[in-house]
Design a protein around this ligand. Structure first.
Ligand code: PAF
Length: 332
C-alpha cells in the first residue's frame, strides 16, 4: 500500500510539473490553444459593405485559426461612433474598427490630406495613391498613435443633401445649417462655401436631421439610402466634393497581445478586406442612387463642380502637411 501511495504521489507530481512547464515557443506561437475574441466596431448598418467586409474577415480568420480567433462585429455605432471607436483603439478598449478617415484625423493629423475636397482626380487615382507611398506613410503615422492600418476601403463620394432647396451652385448653400463630420477641413470647406456647418458624430446627426436642427448633411448615396434620409431631405446634389476614404484598423495593443501565428493571419485577412469592401461599394452605389430617386428625392445630377472647387481652394493652404498634399497631387 505504502509503495502504491508513493507511486501515485510521484505520478501526480509529474503531471503538475508537465502542466506548468509550458514550452515558451508554444505560448509565443499560440499553440497553447488559448482563444481570443476581438470586438470590431463601425457606424453603419448590417447590409453596408463596412459590415459585410468585417464578416468576411471574421469568417476567414476563424477558419484559418481553427476557431482560436473570433471576431464579433458591432454595427450602427453600438460600441461607439467613429471618433470614440478610434479613441478606443488608442486606449486598447476596442480591437478593430472601420471608419471614414475624417474623424480619425483627430488622432492622426497627417490623415487630413485625404479629406481635402476634390483632392483626387477619380476613384482609381485615389486607390493608386492609397496603395502607394502616401498610404504607407499614413499607416506609419497611425502606428505611432497606437493604431495599425490594415487596409484602405471606401465610404464613397460625398454628396450634399438638404431639406430647403435644390443646390446648383455654391451661392445656394448660403446660410444652410449643415452637419459635417468632426474634421477641421470639412468645417473650413463648408464655411468657405457660405454654409453654416456644425460638426457632430453620425449618431447625433441623425437626431439633428430628424428634429430639423440642421437643414443639410453630406454623405454617399448608400448612407442616404440605408438611413432613409429621403424621409427628411428632399434634395441631393451630386457634388462628389470628397472621395471619402475608409480604413480598416486594429489597436496596436491588440496586435501586441496576439501570439505571432494568429497575428499573422489577422493581418493577412485585414490586408485583403479593404479592396473587397471597395468593390461592394461600387456595386451598391448605383442601386442606392436609384432607390433614393424612387423614394422621391430630387437629384441634381449635372452639377458644374468648378465653382465649388474654386470656393474651397483656400482650404488647401490650411493643410499642415503640405508635403503630403503635394505628393498626392503629383502622383495623379
Ligand atoms: O458622415 C459620417 O459620419 C460618415 O460618413 C459615416 C456615415 C459614419 C460613415 O463612415
Amino acid at each position: 500500500m505504502k509503495k502504491f501511495m508513493l507511486m501515485l504521489v510521484s505520478f501526480l507530481l509529474l503531471m503538475v510539473v508537465t502542466a506548468c512547464g509550458g514550452n515558451g515557443d508554444e505560448e509565443a506561437s499560440g499553440e497553447s490553444g488559448e482563444t481570443y475574441t476581438l470586438q470590431a466596431g463601425h457606424s453603419l448598418p448590417e447590409d453596408h459593405p463596412y459590415h459585410l467586409g468585417f464578416l468576411e474577415m471574421a469568417k476567414n480568420v476563424e477558419e484559418r485559426t481553427d476557431g482560436r480567433v473570433k471576431i464579433e462585429v458591432f454595427p450602427n455605432s453600438e460600441i461607439g461612433a467613429e471618433r470614440e471607436l478610434t479613441e478606443g483603439m488608442t486606449l486598447g478598449t476596442v480591437d478593430l474598427v472601420v471608419s471614414s478617415t475624417a474623424p480619425v484625423t483627430n488622432f492622426v493629423p497627417e490623415l487630413a490630406v485625404l479629406d481635402v475636397p476634390f483632392i483626387f482626380n477619380d476613384r482609381d487615382s485615389a486607390v493608386k495613391v492609397l496603395e502607394g507611398d502616401v498610404g504607407k506613410t499614413l499607416f506609419s503615422k497611425m502606428e505611432e498613435e497606437g493604431i495599425i492600418g490594415l487596409s484602405w476601403g471606401e465610404n464613397g463620394y460625398r454628396h450634399v443633401t438638404n431639406s430647403v432647396r435644390p443646390i446648383e451652385k455654391p451661392a445656394d448653400l448660403e446660410g444652410l445649417k449643415i452637419r459635417t463630420q468632426e474634421n477641421e477641413i470639412h468645417l473650413a470647406a463648408f464655411e468657405a462655401l457660405g454654409a453654416q456647418p456644425t460638426p457632430m458624430a453620425w449618431t447625433e446627426a441623425l437626431t439633428a436631421l430628424q428634429q430639423g436642427v440642421v437643414d443639410a448633411q453630406e454623405n454617399p448615396a448608400i448612407v442616404v439610402d440605408q438611413f432613409k434620409l429621403y424621409e427628411n431631405q428632399k434634395y441631393m446634389t451630386l457634388t462628389g466634393h470628397v472621395y471619402s476614404v475608409a480604413v480598416y484598423m486594429m489597436s496596436k495593443q491588440t496586435y501586441d497581445k496576439l501570439p505571432e501565428d494568429l497575428r499573422e493571419i489577422v493581418m493577412e485577412e485585414g490586408k485583403k478586406v479593404g479592396a473587397k469592401e471597395r468593390e461592394m461599394i461600387v456595386e451598391m452605389e448605383k442601386e442606392s442612387l436609384q432607390t433614393v430617386k424612387d423614394e422621391g428625392m430630387e437629384i441634381i445630377e449635372d452639377v458644374d463642380t468648378k465653382p465649388f472647387q474654386e470656393a474651397v481652394k483656400p482650404v488647401y493652404e490650411q493643410i499642415e502637411h503640405q508635403d503630403l498634399l503635394n505628393q498626392i497631387l503629383d502622383a495623379q
